[in-house]
Write a protein that binds this ligand. Sequence first.
Ligand code: PXP
Length: 248
Amino acid sequence: MIRLGVNIDHVATLRQARLGLEPDPVAAAMEAVLGGADGITVHLREDRRHIQERDVRILRQMVPCGLNLEMAVSRDIIAFACEILPEEATLVPEKREELTTEGGLDVLAHLAAVEECMGQLKDRGIMVSLFIDPDPRQIEAAHRLGSYAVEFQTASYSEAKTATGRAESLQRLVDSSRMAASHGIHVHMGHGLNYQNVFPIAAIPQVEELNIGHSIVARSVLVGMRQAVIDMKGAIAQGRNGTGLRHH
Ligand code: PXP
């Protein structure tokens, strides 16, 4: 079975639109758990545009499944993670002006900084995953650093404009999954996955975890978070057992 990490950042985005109390991402997380979420994922961004420290602290106490903290390679946030102790930390690149995480972390270019950050997190018993592009050089770098898991950035697949482009991106994800697994690295994926394009991704045998946010939160506005998670779990199961519709 593939684990589904439900990213609830955009529940907090809605709350921050009025700087009020609702909707509370903690309540959404509890509903996601009731719908079968295997983990809750949040990105505490440097600019605090959605998730706040308060959310992570309460989630830490309330989430019965794993908490995955997405975070930049930065001193302040590492100190926070070492205090909160999520089960998993995913290191991501972060730019203030971006709408969402663009591209994977360039582990090769920031080898020493990533290694230091990973070391601090691992010393506190946190499993570290690196959010990288499906690129052999990045996988080699993750391997050199002894990474427990990588999360492949699926944007080039989910945002492909043509069927050919999508097929090529999918093939890169397939090849990269094989390569990572051959090094003993756990394979996670995420970014832009939705109820239509998740099937071929879930069919990749090495994939163990998907982190999905926007499409689930968008559907939750119409059908509720619990149902939105049930629907996504169903789509992932269909993709894995080959009964899902092919997107391309
Ligand atoms: N994984 C990572 C590392 C991310 O940064 C994001 C976006 O916050 C996601 C998964 C989820 O992407 P989406 O919201 O497009 O499903």
